[in-house]
Design a protein around this ligand. Sequence first.
Ligand code: FAD
Length: 489
Amino acid sequence: MSKREKRGQEAFEGPIVVWIRDDLRLDDNPPLAHAAETGRPVVPLFVLDEESTGVRSLGGAHRWWLHHSLESFASSLRGIGSELTLRRGKAEDHVLDIIEATGATTLFFNRRYDPASRKIDDAVEKALGEDVSVERFTGNILHEPEAVQTKSGGYYKVYTPFWKNVSETGFRDPMDPPKGLKQPDAFPKSEKLKDWDLLPTKPDWSGGLRDLWTPGETAAQERLEHFCDELLEGYEAGRERPCADETSRLSPRLRWGEISPFRAWHTANAYASRRKTIPDAAIRTFRRELVWRDFNYHLLYHFGRLEADNFNDRFDNFSWRTSAADLKTWTKGLTGYPIVDAGMRQLWQTGWMHNRVRMIVGSFLTKDLLIDWRDGESWFWDTLVDGDIASNTSQWQWVAGSGADAQPFFRIFNPITQSEKFDPKGDYIRTYVPELRDMPAKAIHAPWEAGKDILAKAGVRLGVTYPKPIVDHGEARQRALEAYQAVKG
Ligand code: FAD
C-alpha cells in the first residue's frame, strides 16, 4: 500500500475529535451526531480559552453556569460510554495537542460567529493542514449569516425585512442525540473541573442563582416542555409582565447550547399545531424572538467588534458622562427609581433580568445618566447567566441608539410610566426592593411624589431607608436630548 493510500485509509478509520464549545448538549448537536454515525472512535473535547487574542474573559455568573453545565454534560457523555476531555489555555495549542495525542484524523465542531473565535477556528484548521480533515456544522443559530442576504447582496441592518426573508426559507430538522459513542484506545489526559475554580467561594454569592436555576441539558429540556405546555398559550401578553414567570427563560440554555434553537422552534411548533388553544400570535411572537437572536448573530458576523465599536459611527463623537459613583449606584440598584432598582437587584440576585426591565435600566443608564452603553454591557456581561456575545452587545447598542435598527435616541423610556404600565400593582418592585414592600400600588412607582403620611405608614424614609432619585427624569431627559443634538448629523 502506498503512503498516500495508507494515509487515506487512516483518515477513514482514525478517531474524530469533537470540539465542544457553546453547545453543551447531546441532543441536536450535529458534530456529535455525525461523528457517532461514522462508527469511528470519538474524543469529545472542551477547552476553556481566555488567553487567545481578542477572546473575552467570562463573567462571574458565566463561570458559575459553565461549571455546572460542564458537570452535567460530562455525566451525559459518560451515560453513552464516552468521556469529556477538559483543557484550559490557548485553544489552538490544546486542539493540536489532542489531535496529536489521539492520532485523530478528523476534527468536527459547530461554527462560531464572533471575530476572535472565527480567527481561532481558522488558525486551527490552517495549522492542521491536509492530514486532518476539518468539518464545521450549523448548530447554534437557525440561519447561517451568508445565507440571508438583501437583494443587493448585503446584510440586513433592519430586523423586519430580515424576519420576512428568513420566514420564507426553511431550515433543517433537529437531530436525535447519539445513543453511544465509540471510545478511542485511550482518552487523552483531562484536567479536573474543580481545579478551574469557576465557582465563587469567598464570598459565595451564588445562592440566588442556585435557587432559580439548574444548569444542564435535562433541565433545559424540562423547561422547554414546561414553557410549551403551560406558558406558550399566554406568552403574547405574559411576556410583558416582569413580575410573572411567563417567558421561556431559555436564554441561558441557548447561550450555553444546552438546547438548540432548532429544538426550541420545533418543540414549540409541535405544541402549537397539536393544541388549538395556543394562539397563532403566541407562536409567531416566540419564533420572532428566536430569530431576533439570529439577527444579532448576523450583525456580529458582518460588523465585527460589536462589544467595542458603535454600529452607528456618528456615536463615536457622543460625549458620554464619566461618573464612577453614578455607575455604581446603578449597578447596586440604588437609583431611587424603584423599577430600575428592582431590575438591577433581580440581575444581581438571580443572574437574569426580564426583557422589558433590561430595556428600562438600559435606557436609564445611557439616557438619564448619560453613561456609555459599554459600561452597562460590561456589567451585564459579568452578572448575566445568559450574557451573550451577540445579543448583549447588539441589544445594548439598540437601547443606546447606536445600534442597527436601534430605537431612536429621542425615545427615552420614562421609568415611572413604564413601571405603572408593566408592573401596575408593584409586585415586581416589592419582590426585589423590600424596603418599599408596604407602599400602596399607586405610590410605589415614584415614592418621592407620595405624601408624608403614605411614606410614614409604609415605613419609608426617603434618603434613609430608600434613596431619593439620583436625577430628575424630566431634566435628565432634556440633557440627553441636548447631548444627542451634537451627534445628530
Ligand atoms: P423569551 O421571551 O422566552 O424569548 C425566547 C428566546 O428568544 C430567548 O431565550 C432569547 O434567546 C431570544 N430572545 C428574546 N428576545 C430577544 C432579544 N431582544 N434579542 C435576542 N434574543 C432574544 N438576551 C440574551 O440571550 N443574552 C444577553 O446577553 C442579552 N442581553 C440583553 C441586554 C439588553 C440591554 C436587552 C434589552 C436585552 C438583552 N437580551 C439578551 C435579550 C432578552 O432580554 C433576553 O433574551 C430575554 O429576556 C431572555 O428571556 P427568555 O429566555 O425568557 O425570553
